[in-house]
Design a protein around this ligand. Structure first.
Ligand code: PLP
Length: 238
């Protein structure tokens, strides 16, 4: 593919995804500006990411630190991009993530949260995070269990350099669009049930759910962030 036609395809894909987000929001009477698109750029080159920037995308998601850091460094601060970490995060890599990413969406344990808090304090920043919930109860998947997240909240609230913004989930893989709906609904209901006014640093305003196959369903169920890769950049190399 030529660079020009690749660029056109990415711009069109972004417009199409945004259009479908607006339509899904309309169907359930939501304001579409409460839903933000995160373009997931794992395995996507900087030059292709630039096409998405040209199409107006400002938020990007990466799941591998080694890959993400040089990419992030190649964009200037004046471009106003926000990077979200969405992958499995090892404790020894936390130091490099804090500060480089505006939000860490994949915080799956109190130990990890504690390490992020420690590194954020050292760096003199307050790190925004989401709590990843293992919404399908899958044994192979990371994330807080549903009871686990309830117990974690008061502890998280005591961590002075963390700001918990809400929940994130990756439901079990499904073949048909729409079959993730019960998981999205469960995450929404969990966030509502966890919203507590007595906690200072823990909010439940953000719900990160929905990927290329099912972001419209996620919007219908209350997503505030959708994480879309393939529908913008095409299939990833295996
Ligand atoms: C890769 C990835 C996505 C995007 O998936 P697509 O199906 O390509 O849209 C979303 N969230 C996470 C956590 C990912 O790792």
């Amino acid at each position: 593919m030529t660079d020009a036609s690749d660029s056109d395809a990415i711009v069109q894909n972004v417009q199409s995804v945004l259009h479908h987000i607006r339509q899904a929001a309309d169907r359930v009477g939501r304001q579409s500006d409460t839903i933000r698109l995160i373009a997931v750029t794992k395995s996507v080159s900087v030059s292709r990411i630039r096409h998405a920037v040209a199409a107006g995308v400002r938020l990007f998601g990466e799941n591998r630190l080694q890959e993400a850091l040089p990419k992030i460094a190649s964009f200037g601060a004046e471009e106003g991009l926000g990077w979200h970490f969405v992958g499995r995060l090892q404790r020894r890599k936390v130091k490099s993530v804090v500060g480089a990413f505006v939000m860490i969406q994949s915080v799956d344990s109190l130990e990890l949260a504690g390490e992020i808090n420690r590194r954020a304090e050292e760096a003199g920043v307050c790190q925004e995070i989401l709590l990843e919930v293992n919404i399908g109860g899958e044994s192979t998947k990371a994330g807080f269990s549903l009871p686990g997240v309830v117990d974690a909240l008061p502890v998280l609230d005591s961590m002075s350099h963390l700001s918990v913004k809400g929940l994130m989930a990756v439901p079990p893989p499904t073949r048909e669009a729409g079959s993730a709906r019960p998981y999205f609904r469960r995450l929404s209901e969990l966030a509502r049930s966890l919203a507590r006014t007595d906690l200072r640093r823990v909010r439940m305003d953000e719900l990160s759910m929905g990927m290329s196959n099912d972001f419209e369903t996620a919007v219908e169920e209350g997503a505030t962030f959708v994480r879309v890769g393939t529908a913008i950049f095409g299939p990833r190399p295996r």
